[in-house]
Design a protein around this ligand. Sequence first.
Ligand SMILES: Nc1nc2c(ncn2[C@@H]2O[C@H](COP(=O)(O)OP(=O)(O)OP(=O)(O)O)[C@@H](O)[C@H]2O)c(=O)[nH]1
Length: 235
Amino acid sequence: MRDERAGTPRVRIAVIGSSRVGKSALIVRYLTRRYIGEYHSNTDLLYRQTVPINGTPVELEVIDVSGSNSDKFPAEQIQWADACLLVYAVTDRSSFEYATEVLSALKRAPCNGSPAHGVAGSSTGMPLALLGNKTDLDHLRQVSMKEGQTVSAAHGASFSEASVADNSGDLYRCVDRLLAEVRTPQRTRKFSVTKMLGSLIGGAANNSQASRSGSVVACPRVPAPSRPPLAAAAP
Ligand SMILES: Nc1nc2c(ncn2[C@@H]2O[C@H](COP(=O)(O)OP(=O)(O)OP(=O)(O)O)[C@@H](O)[C@H]2O)c(=O)[nH]1
């Protein structure tokens, strides 16, 4: 969390996961309460909205890290963020394995400029959450809740299962908890989103908690001539 522009605190969240696990649907659901059926994108998207956290307006920035490149470790996006939300689909074991790999890499890799705080056991000190999506498809389940709990506990992440389609309360609790964990003073910005491509959604819907304002903007992928492979993230 950091102060910018007239003292409004800002929180940056990176949402990471394999392709098609429901990252975009989750973010849009959280920010607007709406469900989008199809929102396929092969580029990172940046969502920005003012939200109340514990009664204080906070400028929330969420980067939706495209799953198209999930063979690459999203190092720049993680460095940019104050906290990470790892998403997998309970119907897709390979997506769970990818989320586990990223959590493992985060545990090994030091996070520059991030003082110790947040989740006990996370060596980065960065608040982490693991969320298993698509619980409405329980008949297609490939990952048990116990497995998710075990992996998250081992990596110092909070754990939830939810269905974005069914508008589970657990997805709001998961994100709210992650936001509440962010207590870091301003970190050095590791990459800048320099070229906003345009507003995709303006004037997000009001919700029952408090008035929200903001937009959804697309940003180009982080310049990454040689983004390190997952295994290279270890010190
Ligand atoms: N059944 C079910 N489908 C879901 C749920 N959440 C998302 N989906 C669907 O899963 C598909 C992928 O959702 P996206 O939000 O585009 O997934 P993504 O992770 O952003 O995908 P990439 O852009 O490829 O990284 C879409 O068809 C969504 O409608 C859910 O909770 N249940």
